[in-house]
Design a protein around this ligand. Sequence first.
Ligand code: PLP
Length: 359
Amino acid sequence: MARTVLLNPGPVTLSEAVRRAATSTDLCHREPEFLDLQQAVIEGLLGVYACDPGQWAAVPLGGSGTLAMEAMLASTVRPAERLLVLENGVYGERLRSIADVHGLPADSLRYRWGEAIDGAAVEQRLASGDYAALAMVHHETTTGRLNALDEMADLCAAHGVRLMVDGVSSFGAEAIPFEHPALSACAATANKCLHGITGLAVVLVRRALLDAQLPPRSVYMDLATWAARQARGSTPFTPPVNAYLALHAALAELEAQGGWPARHARYTACAERVRGALADKGVAPWLAPAESSCALRSYGMPSTLNYNDVHDGFKQRGFIIYAGQGGLSKEMFRISTMGDISDDDLERLAVAIDQVFEQ
Ligand SMILES: *Cc1c(COP(=O)(O)O)cnc(C)c1O
């Protein structure tokens, strides 16, 4: 079968080693072979950003990235604590929905999709003293915008507020300040910048938050339960064993390639190559590259073309691109350069861009 390269923001194109690892063996999750694997994955996850294992727990649990977001909020916000949520895309809005579903008192600062978050407005809200925690998306995949995580962390620290981050589409490829005292938890997934397979959500959380004796809001996704069981070489429920096998191989690959800074550099080079090829055809970024992540860029859809035709043109040539979400579906499309994309793939992609936008 001809190679199809995924240019959607996860699941990503796998390396051969990761694809093979996923089905390399059958494991019972109550046997030491799996529990050693689980421990190695936990250590690998902590290692990506050199998190101090005395301060941080990495908790993998079966589910998609949304489960990581939900487990993070539901497991760490104490009764009567109030949350400020920053929304400038689909995933910020999802953080707010999660807070609402779990009955967590929350207010939002809302921006148009793609708009930058205004630090002064955040500062003013946090200065009110009403909030115990700030929840935000790092890379807002709706538009490719990389939100100002360091600035928000400083504001949180200044006001004694915990910062909780959806890093689902940035963990493994963008700088995340785990040493910053305000950063309290980060949601991630195996199948985006880490290049694993789908099915494994991850939350990195400060151990102090797990010790808070918070009554569980969920049987399945209570992080304190997961962390305690994993720490004593166990697991509360049947885990996605194959996703562990794949993530173990993917983490080894990430380290061998030079860690997240090398991945950041690779994604950036790929994204710039794509931007250049699109610019040659008169297709301009929808959001400025300087404000975008390394992992995904959004582009304006030429008014003479229809997304479905463009999508199908790429698909015939072996590439899956990604539509704009909701109200943006007519005006922009997205190209992610996450995943194991080779130089050969980029050559073919440049040709595909030239052909699809030829007119
Ligand atoms: C992909 C993504 C998620 C999670 O999506 P799932 O479909 O649940 O895996 C959450 N936040 C961001 C920023 C994402 O890009």
